[in-house]
Design a protein around this ligand. Structure first.
Ligand code: GDP
Ligand code: GDP
Length: 456
């Protein structure tokens, strides 16, 4: 059974772009499918193991000739009747418009659950619109970039509560093992725990496939393609310490690597695609060739994408000078990934199945930190101490003032600073605050985002 989602929103927010992003090449098949309503585009899609039917409403408003509000409402009414979940898109670059407001007010009264998506959030230009989106009263907006494929893991996460349980929990035994969320659903049934979305990435031959096999057991990985999936992708889900963990992509792992000039580029592009689907990324490196150029490129990508990173130093069984190697790793991290202190490093042997628990414990720990929220009062108390110890600089004789700070989201921890002259606040000062936050408020090893806003 698939989950039907309707993409709605005013013109130009990116509905078609998101539709194409989700549906991909299968689009061509749609027009020929009998029974698909002609004025909608609806197509199947599969996103991180979830089967979707995606309805696009773009352009439909042109079919009616009264006011834009009324036309949009009619188009939407019909689409959400069919849908299990509505995806309301806004353009974060343009900010919240009266038409978005109108839409949100109307949707709040309906029965269909709504996930609010702030589109065009790549880079920093989407930040102001993202805050405004909170005001729509539809919960926390999910920042995405339909055009660049960013935020898909967050979208998956927002969709998971609506996925029929048998799809997130492959069998009954596993459901029993997986435990439950403390808060029960309205129908009295416990909410299934959502799987942690894990990716394993790394250069060819570092031992990714071996690690995967050791983690989940040989047979599970070799069970082969499920119906409706591409041939070389399989879904792997297992439970560790009562936590369901889902590997978001196995395609890259099964593909046999070709040795040619393009290999490096391909591996990096592949890694990026997988990273965007994940919450926690395990970067596997080879103990014999510690953190080379390409390892570091992938590590930076993980952090830039705002994911939690764990470095797995594999083939530890072959290392003779262990202390020396550890020192080398530490130096590399200090010099090359200085922006995020405290990235967890686990040494292990995938082949001998050694220290696999240590790896998964590190995954669960960093996931917890990545989800952490700091209270506004703690933040502002801390901020007062920081600005007193080391005030922001003056520009043209007037001191820049930082008035207020709040955490706007977790996953990764993202903070907003209200500043008198946001554009003049130097990068070094922001780094001072980020490093301080990490240490004083206990956020080691995860990327931290700091956004600035003009204070009133
Ligand atoms: P629709 O009318 O809601 O279906 O919007 P479209 O999908 O046609 O997109 C409207 C415009 O926004 C197009 O120029 C897209 O290229 C652009 N767009 C869509 N998604 C993004 C995004 O994530 N980032 C940016 N910067 N532009 C986007
Ligand atoms: P992938 O390309 O990253 O998926 O790497 P593979 O899993 O195919 O492993 C590449 C090679 O490294 C294989 O010959 C494995 O047997 C070997 N290998 C993997 N893990 C270990 C390990 O922990 N110790 C040793 N000594 N060899 C390993």
């Amino acid at each position: 059974m698939s989950l039907t989602v309707a993409i709605i929103g005013r013109p130009n927010v990116g509905k078609s772009t998101l539709f194409n992003r989700l549906v991909g090449k299968k689009l061509a098949l749609v027009d020929d499918t009998p029974g698909v309503t002609r004025d909608w585009r609806a197509a199947p899609a599969r996103l991180a193991g979830i089967d979707l039917t995606v309805i696009d409403t773009a352009g439909l408003e042109e079919a009616f000739d009264d006011s834009l509000e009324a036309r949009m409402r009619r188009q939407t009414e019909r689409a959400i009747e069919e849908a299990d979940v509505a995806l309301l898109l806004i353009d974060a670059r343009a900010g919240v418009t009266p038409l978005d407001q109108h839409f949100a007010t109307w949707l709040r009264k309906g029965k269909t659950p709504v996930i609010l998506l702030a589109n065009k959030c790549e880079g920093r230009a989407g930040a102001p619109g993202l805050y405004e989106a909170f005001e729509l009263g539809l919960g926390e907006p999910v920042p995405i970039s339909a055009e660049h494929g960013e935020g898909l893991a967050e979208l998956v996460e927002a969709l998971l509560p609506y996925v029929p349980p048998e799809e997130t929990q492959p069998d009954a035994d596993q459901e029993a093992e997986a435990g439950t969320d403390p808060e029960a659903r309205e129908d009295g049934r416990p909410e299934p725990v959502r799987p942690l979305q894990l990716a394993i990435v790394g250069r060819p031959n570092v031992g990714k496939s071996t690690l995967l096999n050791s983690l989940v057991g040989e047979e599970r990985v070799l069970t082969g393609p499920e119906a409706g999936m591409t041939r070389d992708a399989i879904t792997v889900e297992w439970t560790y310490r009562d936590r369901p963990i889902r590997l978001v992509d196995t395609a890259g792992m099964r593909r046999k690597s070709r040795v040619d000039d393009k290999l490096e580029k391909l591996a990096v592009a592949d890694a990026l695609r997988v990273i965007r689907l994940a919450q926690v990324v395990v970067l596997v490196v080879d103990a014999e060739a510690i953190l080379d150029h390409q390892d570091l490129t992938i590590a930076r990508m993980v952090l830039d994408e705002g994911r939690a990173l764990v470095i797995a130093v594999n083939k530890w069984d072959t290392v003779t000078d262990r202390a020396g190697t550890l020192k080398q790793i530490d130096d590399k991290l200090q010099s090359q990934l200085a922006q995020v202190r405290g990235i967890p490093v686990v040494t292990l042997s995938a082949l001998r199945r050694q220290k696999l628990d240590a790896l998964l414990d590190a995954v669960l720990d960093i996931y917890e930190i990545w989800n952490r929220r700091v209270s506004t009062s703690d933040l502002n108390r801390w901020l007062a101490g920081m600005t007193e110890a080391h005030p922001p600089p003056a520009v043209e004789g007037r001191r820049i003032k930082i008035r207020y700070m709040t955490q706007v989201k977790a996953r990764p921890p993202t903070f907003a600073l209200w500043v008198s002259k946001p554009l003049d606040l130097p990068e070094t000062y922001i780094r001072y605050l980020v490093n301080g936050l990490r240490e004083s408020l206990d956020l080691p090893g995860v990327p931290i985002r700091m956004l600035t806003r003009k204070g009133k």
